[in-house]
Ligand binder design. Structure first.
Ligand code: ATM
Length: 266
């Protein structure tokens, strides 16, 4: 009996030691995992300003930050971005091809860049991610939402944002910012060509033209509705931020939500 008791005790001890080892190993691995934050919203919602403010703040605290954009973010992704937005050959692109190209860029970004960065414990900030596909290709282009989700799932696997900030502005503000950006692209790039009034309209085929921004108002209204639906469906992950306030107020609200997620600075 004594021997059996001794045996159980040593098995129990080994089991305990094993559990402690597994616990600390898991803890070490989880400390290595970075944080993945995405920023979404319609045109002119101030994503890039907020990403750059957050990057500076995180770097000051000693975090290693990687900022990315979609579509793009890798050499292959940037080629796809050019095809989607600026190529002279993209006028006839179908909605289905657009959906697949957005997700081809994403599949590359996830595997080439995001996963390795998270494994090294970096903070990854991405200007748009799969919620843009749901909003633009699903709601905007009106592709079947189930198919859109299936394509996204294939592209990202289990790489999902820890938090997503959805910067909300009205459709009117977004439209006026988008139009003034388009005007800035259409005018004034070639001082040698200036006509009366100092402005020369570039030919429509200029590489700076953006196919995505050529859609009509109803498309952008559907996109905005799409973003609202996403925020309503996933309030834990997607934080809707009133982006009509000052840059400082918005960045303070974002910081309040990011700070608790941060591991100790590395
Ligand atoms: P910006 O990087 O300037 O936001 O341009 C990306 C465009 O691609 C933007 N278009 N507008 N108008 C949003 C669009 N887009 C999609 O349609 N689907 C996507 O999955 C992503 C990532 C972006």
């Amino acid at each position: 009996m004594g021997n059996i008791g001794l045996c159980f005790t040593s098995v129990g001890r080994r089991h305990f030691a094993c559990s402690v080892f597994v616990y600390f190993a898991c803890f070490a691995v989880s400390r290595m995992k970075g944080i993945f934050l995405t920023f979404e919203g319609t045109e002119g919602s101030g994503k890039s300003t907020q990403i750059s403010l957050l990057t500076k703040r995180l770097e000051l605290l000693g975090h290693t930050v990687l900022t990315l954009r979609e579509p793009g973010g890798t050499p292959i992704g940037e080629e796809i971005r050019y095809t989607l937005k600026h190529s002279h050959q993209n006028h006839a692109m179908t909605n289905e091809a657009e959906l697949l190209l957005m997700n081809a860029s994403r599949a590359q970004l996830v595997r080439e860049t995001i996963r390795p960065a998270l494994a090294e414990g970096k903070v990854v900030l991405c200007d748009r991610f799969y919620d843009s596909t749901t909003a633009y290709q699903g709601y905007g282009r009106q592709l079947d939402l189930k198919t859109v989700r299936a394509v996204i799932d294939f592209a990202v696997g289990d790489t999902r944002p820890d938090l997503t900030f959805l910067l909300m502005i009205s459709i009117e503000v977004s439209e006026s910012r988008r139009l003034s950006r388009q005007e800035a692209l259409l005018f004034d790039v070639s001082p040698a060509d200036k006509g009366p009034g100092g402005h020369t309209k570039l030919p429509f085929s200029d590489p700076l033209r953006d196919r995505m921004e050529e859609a009509d108002r109803s498309f952008f209204e559907r996109v905005a509705q799409g973003f609202e639906a996403i925020a309503a469906a996933e309030p834990q992950r997607v934080r809707a931020i009133d982006a009509t306030r000052t840059v400082e107020a918005i960045s303070a609200e974002i910081w309040k939500q990011v700070e608790p997620l941060l591991p100790a600075a590395r």
